[in-house]
Design a protein around this ligand. Structure first.
Ligand code: FES
Length: 108
């Protein structure tokens, strides 16, 4: 089991710099296990957007391609909700190169 550490900024703006992300988890699963308020109502199938969050720019580039299903869901978000580094966290797999990523929890 490999683990990386990431920083999570919650909806109140508080920074949590000691969040562990295990290699068998998606980013969504990591956030849920660490008790962040991610609903993940579709269970990680890229169809609900309740796991939407923002990555820092470098991590966004490291996290790889957005597939068609995820892109469709992101396109359904309002302009206010979406940002250039928006991702559905259930579609972001663990990657050791994401060590130190900064993830800001998206709006509901
Ligand atoms: S958990 Fe539903 S889109 Fe990620």
């Amino acid at each position: 089991m490999s683990t990386i550490m990431i920083t999570v900024i919650d909806r109140e703006g508080a920074e949590h710099s000691d969040v562990d992300w295990e290699d068998d988890e998606s980013l969504m699963e990591c956030l849920v296990r660490n008790s962040f308020p991610i609903l993940a109502t579709c269970g990680g199938n890229a169809s609900c957007s309740t796991c939407h969050s923002f990555l820092d720019q470098v991590s966004f580039e490291t996290a790889g391609e957005i597939d068609e299903d995820e892109a469709d869901v992101l396109d359904s978000l309002t302009e206010d909700e979406r940002e250039p580094t928006s991702r559905l966290t259930c579609q972001v797999p663990w990657d050791e190169d994401l060590e130190g990523a900064v993830v800001r929890i998206g709006p509901f």
